[in-house]
Write a protein that binds this ligand. Structure first.
Ligand SMILES: [Zn+2]
Length: 279
């Protein structure tokens, strides 16, 4: 087997030749291109193939670099999270007790605009960003300084604590928001649930059952309020139609004419709405 790094003006790639290989394969992984080829295949042949697939290779590379930007590491000091549709900086400090402070400095009314072009990949370029300050309780009777705590702390353990704090905070926000807004939409649509609860779901934003009980995913509080309101109306409409029939969508449209824009928003931002420690 031989491994050669091919540095080309158009595209750099790693060429791995092996005796067992019968065909040429092109692979794009972690932003790098690898070409696997039979040992004795001439370079001209390989060059021609790379040239032929150049557009595809470049689009793959582009796609992978986009993914890296849209899925930054979560739950660490300096990371970002959506909060009510605002890109919000997460900071971690140590203090007396566990708490979350929502410091709002950004007064842009992005929330009320039914737009699809909210920043997907752009990180905020200025300091005018909302902040979620996560305060983690210092160990009791500890005389060591904050600096020392930070240097001793296990990063993964800290991320877990930050995640827990955020979940508690988001759950609270969701309970408050839905308790305040559900009665309004209920009166507007004349559809009244028996009860509602807030919980975490892996793959859905809300649900409705035949007992007329509604549930909402508290991570819904990441999205702009006009999208949250769409989900509330969507679930309310299930009280009338417990399915996704044409009649159901007609009812949704009647109460929320911009429902398509809300659906598109959620689809476009889906990758940012996952809370996983692996990221
Ligand atoms: Zn539904």
């Amino acid at each position: 087997m031989s491994v050669v790094e091919v540095v080309d003006a158009e595209l750099n790639y790693l060429l791995i030749r092996s005796e067992r290989r019968k065909t040429v394969g092109l692979y794009v992984k972690q932003g790098k291109v690898t070409v696997r080829a039979p040992y004795y295949l001439d370079q001209k042949h390989i060059d021609a193939l790379v040239q032929k697939k150049l557009l595809w290779l470049k689009s793959k590379l582009e796609e992978q670099s986009q993914n890296q930007i849209t899925t930054p590491r979560l739950f660490v000091d300096g990371s970002y999270l959506w909060v009510f549709g605002q890109y919000t900086k997460v900071t971690v400090i140590y203090g007396k007790k566990n708490q979350v402070n929502h410091l709002q400095v950004n007064n842009l009314q992005v929330n009320n605009l039914p737009v699809n072009d909210l920043p997907v990949n752009d990180l905020p370029v200025n300091d005018l960003t909302d902040e979620l300050q996560i305060v983690l309780a210092k160990p009791k009777h500890s005389s060591i300084s904050d600096q020392e705590i930070l240097s001793r702390v296990n990063v993964q353990e800290q991320r877990l604590k930050v995640k827990k704090q955020l979940e508690k905070w988001f759950k609270n926000q969701a309970e408050t928001y839905i308790a305040e807004n559900l009665p309004y939409f209920s009166a507007k649509t004349k559809l009244t649930p028996k009860s509602f609860k807030v919980r975490q779901y892996k793959a859905r934003w809300g649900s409705c059952n035949s007992k007329k009980e509604l549930s909402f995913n508290y991570l819904l509080m990441m999205v702009p309020t006009w999208v949250i309101d769409y989900v509330i109306i969507h679930e309310l409409c299930h009280l009338e139609h417990l399915n996704h029939s044409a009649k159901f969508w007609q009812l949704v449209e009647q109460h929320y004419p911009l429902y398509q824009a809300a659906k598109i928003w959620m689809k476009t931002h889906q990758s940012q709405l996952q809370w996983t420690l692996e990221v």
